[in-house]
Design a protein around this ligand. Structure first.
Ligand code: LRH
Ligand code: MN
Ligand code: MN
Length: 388
């Protein structure tokens, strides 16, 4: 087991990226719920993200979704982020909210639609150049609802061609994260349904193409930590979209549904040394807070990842390896469970005190008066939300 000082240092250095879209209004396909005090533009989303960082100390970057976060002047947005102590993180193109994409974007049977989607991917690399972002984070809603609707094989071909163009446009310090999801919005077949398909495309593209694991994008019962371990072993784990799911892509707060799964994932990360910045694994949230207030929900989510990480860091690696070598099934399992069952809250309170932040970030946020301030100050204009 790493000594307490090493564990605390690792926790201080951990970084978790929040998604701009989690600060806007959201809902399900049945209803988007409005909250008071919602940011009206990407600048105000950053203002809110700065609160999450201020109270956790470990969330200094924000992922953008284009066109939801399209602005005239990305340098100004970057400067605003910098003034708040933030940086702009992954750039997420959006090829799923226009009528033309009904039958797909880069896999669409119509070459004109494919060209449009392709141009958007390239526009997003231009935005990366302007914002200094290093990750082009791709997810495609492309797929089919009915057998025979289109050729599965030809769509793979089109996917390869479009990814190649985007990949070749990236600079040496930029990378592509390729996200998969097994269903939704398509219900019969999805063009990038699983980590194997994503991994195969990444292998074709080159070493700066890596798989992005969104924890909500798997069939129930999938062993996500196995996927993580496999991809880490091949240097192809680009990052995570953390969230919780009870049923499908629920996008609930990470650690809410299955904190044990989150711990198992973080255990694979820790044992591979992938918490280190040099491993270049992006730990991002991808969530929608439909009912609960956004900022404290994001603070809670960051803390949940931090708690799982602390527990993973407490696994006694020597004892575990010894038990594994001896074939001691129960002993090995007990080592893991000992760490998982440790109450790490006192340790994390100490870490926060060392970082000069309040040991209870949620309470400190509520005391700060920021929630009241944004409710009073953001009365006019259109609140940001899905599609805005
Ligand atoms: C798709 C997804 C993808 C999108 C985000 C809004 O379900 O996980 O990452 O960009 O949701
Ligand atoms: Mn996602
Ligand atoms: Mn999703």
């Amino acid at each position: 087991m790493a000594d307490r000082k090493t564990v605390k240092a690792a926790l201080t250095e951990q970084r978790i990226e929040t998604p701009s879209w989690a600060y806007g209004n959201s809902g399900t396909r049945f209803k988007t719920f409005s909250q008071e005090g919602i940011p009206r533009d990407p600048f105000e989303k950053l203002d809110d993200a700065a609160q999450v960082h201020a109270f956790t100390g470990i969330a200094p970057s924000v992922a953008l979704h284009i066109p939801w976060d399209r602005v005239d002047d990305y340098a100004a947005l970057g400067a605003h982020a910098e003034s708040l102590g933030l940086t702009l993180g992954a750039i997420n193109p959006n090829t799923f909210q226009e009528d033309e994409y009904k039958l797909g974007s880069i896999c669409n049977p119509d070459p004109a639609v494919r060209r449009k989607a392709q141009a958007h991917l390239l526009e997003c690399v231009d935005i990366m150049d302007a914002t200094g972002s290093d990750a082009l984070s791709l997810w495609f809603a492309d797929g089919l609802n009915y057998p025979g609707q289109d050729s599965l094989a030809e769509r793979q071909q089109r996917l390869s061609e479009a990814l190649r163009v985007a990949y070749d446009r990236l600079g040496q310090d930029q990378r592509m994260l390729l996200e998969y999801k097994f269903f939704e919005p398509a219900f019969y077949a999805t063009d990038l349904p699983d980590w194997g398909t994503s991994y195969a495309h990444c292998l074709d593209l080159g070493e700066r193409a890596q798989v992005l694991v969104d924890t909500g994008h798997h069939a129930p019962g999938t062993n996500i930590e196995f996927i993580v371990a496999f991809l880490l072993g091949r240097g192809r784990l680009g990052g995570f979209h953390f969230n919780s799911r009870f049923y499908a892509d629920d996008d609930l707060m990470v650690g809410a549904a299955d904190p044990f799964q989150l711990f198992r994932i973080m255990h694979e990360i820790v044992r591979a040394g992938a918490l280190e910045e040099s491993a270049n694994v992006a730990f991002m949230l991808d969530q929608c807070h439909n009912l609960e207030p956004k900022i404290p929900a994001l603070i809670r989510s960051v803390l949940n990842v931090q708690e799982a990480t602390a527990k993973a860091l407490l696994v006694d690696g020597d004892a575990l390896a010894g038990a594994q070598r001896e074939g001691d099934v129960l002993g090995a399992n007990a080592v893991l469970m000992d760490a998982y069952n440790t109450d790490v809250r006192p340790l994390l309170a100490e870490v926060r005190a060392d970082m000069g932040i309040d040991p209870d970030p949620i309470a400190a946020y509520h005391r700060s008066g920021y929630a009241e301030k944004i409710v009073a100050g953001r009365k006019d204009g259109t609140p940001a939300g899905w599609g805005a």
